[in-house]
Structure formats: C-alpha cells, structure tokens
Design a protein around this ligand. Structure first.
Ligand SMILES: CC(C)(COP(=O)(O)OP(=O)(O)OC[C@H]1O[C@@H](n2cnc3c(N)ncnc32)[C@H](O)[C@@H]1OP(=O)(O)O)[C@@H](O)C(=O)NCCC(=O)NCCS
Length: 162
C-alpha cells in the first residue's frame, strides 16, 4: 500500500493524505474532532505525544485525510484498513469524520469519502464502513452516509477490558 500523500482539489479546498512527519497536521485534525463532537475530554485533554502520532502516520493501514482552505484546516477523516482472513481482502473502517461548522454543506465530507474510496480501490479493499449514533447530533452524518451507502441495523457492544 503506497501513501503518496497526494493533494487533490475539491472546489476551493485541498484534500491531503497525511504523510509521516505531519504530526502537527494530525493534531489539527484532533482539534476539529474535539470541537465537532463537543468532546474535548477524549480529543484534547490527553493528547498523544509526537512519537505516537508519528508512529501512526508510518503505518500504512492508518489513513488520515485532511481538508484545508488556504492554511486553515477545515475537516478531517481518520480510517483504518482491516486485513481480513476468510478471504485475501481488506475492509476500511472510518473511525472519525468531521467538518468545521462554518464549512459544512459544501460537499467536504463527501469529497473526503470520495478520496478514501480512491485509496480503497488502489489497495483492493472491498468495502468501507462507518457507524453513526441514533441521536439528533448524528442526523447530518446519517443523511450523508445514507446518500452514499447501504444501512445495516446492528447492536454495538463495548466489552470492558478489566
Ligand atoms: C456529518 C458531517 C461530517 C457532514 O459534513 P459536510 O461537509 O457538511 O457534508 P456534505 O456537505 O459533504 O454533505 C453531503 C450530503 O450529506 C447530507 N447532509 C450533510 N449535512 C446534512 C444536514 N445537516 N442535514 C441533512 N443532510 C445533510 C446531504 O445529503 C448532503 O448532500 P447535499 O448537501 O447535496 O444535500 C458534518 O455535519 C459534521 O462534521 N458533523 C459533526 C461531526 C459528525 O457528526 N461526524 C460524523 C460522526 S459519525
């Protein structure tokens, strides 16, 4: 899997896959997530160190996409490639996706997912999947995903480690 770090244009915006070394940009994506999800506790109260973020960026199965307008980061998407075992194939899971409030409804989320699809095709992944909550806060996300994919109703369980 090659991370070309290619930058593409979407209207006035540029979309880039982060390359190893772009730790500061990864922090900017986390800042977008903290604000968009209203979850500073998870996204900014215990920030990872530079070495940790750098190690993530060196992993080919970690895909971090950033959209920016000039120098300003306006959206981010982080996804993981999961290598399967029942067949020689992989799936891509979108962990987080957010667009800053002032830049919504301009096609940025769709453009980020379109970019992810190109990467998925390049590595031979067979599906991209994502989860959304049932509450009002995730309504825009559900509308977005409904416009791009097929919904499956599942139960999600968190199993405590200890
Ligand atoms: C969900 C989110 C990422 C969408 O980003 P966006 O850049 O505004 O989305 P796009 O402009 O690409 O919209 C694409 C389509 O999604 C749907 N959509 C997006 N926002 C919507 C909204 N508020 N209401 C209804 N439909 C919406 C529409 O079908 C839209 O197409 P259209 O504009 O041609 O009607 C953004 O609202 C956001 O960051 N929300 C907070 C974080 C979040 O919920 N992330 C997802 C967690 S699962």
């Amino acid at each position: 899997m090659v991370n070309s770090g290619l930058t593409v244009s979407s209207g006035a915006y540029k979309i880039m896959r982060l390359l190893p070394g772009q730790v500061a940009q990864f922090r900017q994506i986390n800042a977008i997530f903290a604000e968009a999800f209203g979850d500073a506790d998870s996204y900014s109260s215990h920030p990872p160190g530079d070495a940790y973020l750098q190690s993530l960026l060196q992993k080919t199965h970690v895909i971090a996409l950033e959209a920016f307008d000039g120098d300003a980061v306006v959206a981010g998407l982080v996804a993981h490639v999961l290598e399967k075992f029942e067949q020689e194939r992989s799936e891509i899971y979108i962990y987080d996706l957010a667009v800053s409030e002032a830049n919504r409804r301009k096609g940025l989320a769709r453009a980020l997912i379109a970019e992810l699809k190109k990467i998925a095709q390049a590595i031979g992944a067979w599906v991209i999947y994502v989860q959304a909550d049932k509450g009002d806060a995730d309504l825009p996300a559900r509308r977005l995903y409904e416009s791009m994919g097929v919904r499956e109703d599942v139960f999600h369980y968190d199993i405590a480690v200890k």
